[in-house]
Design a protein around this ligand. Structure first.
Ligand code: UD1
Length: 427
């Protein structure tokens, strides 16, 4: 187990490039299961979660060739797939639940371990289950597994989601593409990663209308073909670099990014006093003073992403003034506030609201990354803290940020990866 040693004081300046989105690549890897043959993905990020998802697909009978240097994954899907996704992998990445839809659609059965809770909340699966049941699958929970059966195949239906859940939209979509007849998903999620998945499925021969809107209409087809697909850029990683520039009063150009996927986040940085401009293949954020505090509310896309909320809190912790942050997606996300408080931040939480009173400077301390985004936000907070901050449990950061420490160093930060002397012993 490693940790980051972060010495505060650097102003980040230079250029970074983002690769494909974690939250897209894991889903399109699952979508590859829908067609026998070789699907090749490009712009694949070099992160731990891709390796874990690759292992899960191997256990289902696929050959998976992941080349992190070339940023590609080739997945050879056999005619006969296994149908069981085990707990040892599912608990490591929740996104593995998205093999449920493709497995039911391809095999008429699936057994997928229930992922359980994690550091950002309880995260139920009721919308996934209700949606797949609407398409004719029978789902039960047995011995910690969701056991699904659809021996006679799936039949299209209209599915209303109570909330535009990203994961439930993806599972129902991937089940609907091979169902008989028409599936309509109402109140569907509209995230760019959903659009990316729709594009990949369309390339495979799926008939989908309404990608990027709240109503997805899917005409089921008999079979799909393997394809080649480039993953959409990671808007959360790009957004993290934007906040890093604003927090450190820096000047960072982010290439390979789509600013149109980050409109509200970049507008917040503008309100905080940063200059944000579009550049060829990305955007640039320049900040030449202490940021002003900015209120923020997380909402499903196109609202402000909950995954950027820890970054907003970190920015406000050193801003001029006080800000109210409202977290509407994951109630557990404020766990991070107590770690930030260890660095001297003034944060008070009440339910899904947090009030942050900015201080001129944080003060370095040992902190623990509870999830991917909290880990990134704590590392950035360490950069604007006096003295040295040690961020432990950085395995979370490695799950979502390719070469985070190396990229920070290339922008001038004093960040090193070192063995964590206090790491617990693991089996
Ligand atoms: C995905 C992203 C995660 C992001 C989140 C919201 C991946 C791998 N993860 O997670 O980074 O923060 O979208 O943008 O893509 N809910 C239910 N019942 C369900 C499903 C969801 O109540 O059956 C609730 C959740 O508890 C949460 C809300 O709906 O409060 C949104 O969750 P959802 O959009 O499903 O998030 P994920 O797909 O798990």
């Amino acid at each position: 187990m490693d940790r980051f040693r972060v010495v505060g004081g650097a102003r980040l300046a230079g250029e970074v490039r983002v690769t494909g989105a974690k939250n897209s690549v894991l889903k399109v890897m699952a979508a590859a299961l829908l067609a026998e043959g070789r699907t090749t993905l490009t712009e694949v990020p070099h992160i731990l979660d891709v390796e874990i998802m690759g292992e899960l697909l191997r256990r289902l009978g696929c050959a998976v060739d992941y080349d992190p240097d070339a940023a590609t994954v080739a997945i050879d899907v056999p005619a006969e797939l296994g149908h069981q996704a085990d707990y040892d992998l599912v608990r490591r990445i929740r996104a593995s639940i998205c093999v449920l839809g493709p497995l039911i659609a391809r095999c008429g059965r699936a057994e997928v371990a229930m992922p359980g809770g994690d550091a950002i909340g309880t995260r139920p699966l009721d919308f996934h289950i209700a949606g797949l049941t609407k398409l004719g699958a029978e789902l039960d929970s047995e011995h910690g597994y969701i056991v699904a059966r659809a021996p006679d195949g799936l039949t299209g239906a209209t599915v209303w989601l109570d909330f535009p859940s990203v994961g439930a939209t993806e599972n129902v979509l991937m089940a609907g593409v091979l169902a008989t007849g028409t599936t309509v998903i109402d109140n569907a999620a509209r995230e760019p990663e959903i659009v990316d998945l729709c594009q990949m499925l369309q390339q495979m021969g799926a008939k989908i209308d309404g990608a990027g809107t709240s109503t997805l209409t899917v005409e089921g087809v008999d079979r799909l073909s393997p394809t080649e697909h480039a993953i959409v850029p990671d808007r959360i990683v790009a957004g993290t670099w934007a906040f890093a520039a604003a927090m450190t009063q820096g000047d960072v150009t982010v290439r390979g990014a789509r600013p149109e996927h980050l409109e509200i986040a970049l507008d917040k940085l503008h309100s905080a006093g940063a200059t944000v401009e579009g550049v060829d293949d990305g955007f640039r954020v320049v900040m030449d003073r202490r940021p002003d505090a900015v209120d923020a509310v997380t909402l499903p896309y196109p609202g402000l992403a909950t995954d950027l909320q820890p970054l907003v809190m970190a920015l406000n912790s050193i801003a001029d003034g006080a800000a109210m942050i409202t977290e509407n997606i994951f109630e557990g996300r404020f766990v991070f506030a107590s770690e930030l408080a260890r660095l001297g931040a003034h944060v008070r939480t009440d339910g899904h609201h947090a009030v942050v009173r900015g201080v001129p400077r944080l003060s370095g301390a040992p902190v623990r990354a509870s999830d991917i985004r909290a880990g990134a936000a704590l590392t950035l907070a360490g950069l604007v803290a006096e003295g040295t901050t040690y961020v432990s449990d950085i395995v979370h950061i490695d799950r979502g940020y390719p070469g985070f420490d190396a990229q920070l160093r290339s922008l001038g930060a004093d960040v090193t990866r070192e063995p964590d002397p206090d790491a617990p012993f693991l089996e």
